[in-house]
Design a protein around this ligand. Structure first.
Ligand SMILES: Cc1cc2nc3c(=O)[nH]c(=O)nc-3n(C[C@H](O)[C@H](O)[C@H](O)COP(=O)(O)OP(=O)(O)OC[C@H]3O[C@@H](n4cnc5c(N)ncnc54)[C@H](O)[C@@H]3O)c2cc1C
Length: 223
């Protein structure tokens, strides 16, 4: 079974509850933007506690990057990551993941569900191929928006932030609804990339079917 020990080069908060982790990259380690691996901590009692996380870096980078939302209340791996320091190892397992870029469309993410889209969007941006792709990004508050500045730079007005628990005047307020989709999407003929918590996924997928989006145009992963 594939297993790699990689050293953490840096680990720091990118939002109040989300970590950005840069690690070494194993030789000949090939993933596609959108893919993930199961990660465990190389600490006694934690090596079998594998959790799935997505590569945020680009395949050609000589390092790996992960953006990981922490849940202290789970008392699990992400909570433990809050005490991990640069120089420690992470254990990576097989590469997998059902999200990959198929063509222009609309990315719809809830919270840390944006992670598979980060590598995809970075890749498109680098190749000057953002085109008409849009990202509808649902969060509770502005402080929860992961990599807001970078997403704004890459997407400009094609980044649509939706906040359920904060009224800013700047961003849409509420959830991702059918009205919001009709207002923001316009053309329903492209691909829809969905990633987020189960309830959001179920609801948004239902709206997309109501709006006559074909099942084979929906690319999704539940977090
Ligand atoms: C393919 C894939 C890729 C992913 N990539 C990323 C990524 O790049 N970045 C990222 O941030 N996340 C990502 N996730 C989500 C991430 O894997 C989970 O958030 C992580 O496994 C949680 O680990 P944990 O040890 O903190 O919690 P666990 O202990 O593993 O808890 C798992 C689940 O148990 C439940 N649970 C446990 N304890 C509690 C509690 N006290 N209260 C409420 N619910 C509880 C919740 O449903 C929770 O989601 C990905 C998920 C998938 C499927």
């Amino acid at each position: 079974m594939e297993k790699h020990y990689v050293k953490i080069r840096s680990i720091k908060k990118v939002t109040h509850d989300t970590l950005g982790i840069i690690t070494d990259k194993p030789e000949n380690y090939n993933f596609k933007p959108g893919q993930a691996t199961n990660i465990a901590l190389d600490r006694e009692g934690w090596v079998d506690e594998k959790r799935p996380f997505t590569f945020a870096s680009l395949p050609e980078d000589d390092f790996l990057e992960f953006i990981i939302k922490t849940y202290p209340e789970h008392d699990g791996t992400t909570d433990k990551l809050l005490e991990v320091k640069a120089g420690e190892n992470l254990i990576l397992n097989e590469i997998f993941g059902s999200i990959n870029y198929k063509g222009e469309g609309v990315f719809i993410a809830g919270g840390s569900g944006v992670t598979p889209f980060i590598s995809i969007l970075r890749d498109l941006y680098k190749k000057n191929r953002i085109g008409s792709n849009k990202l509808i990004f649902a969060n509770k508050t502005k402080a929860d928006i992961i990599l807001r500045d970078e997403l704004e730079t890459m997407l400009g007005d094609k980044l649509i932030n939706v906040l359920s628990e904060e009224k800013t005047g700047e961003y849409a307020h509420g959830f991702v609804t059918d009205e919001l989709l009709e207002r923001e999407v316009g053309d329903f003929k492209g691909y829809f990339y969905l990633c987020g918590p189960p309830m959001m996924m179920m609801t948004v997928e239902g709206y997309l079917y109501d709006l006559n989006v074909d099942k084979d145009r929906i690319v999704k992963e539940t977090f």
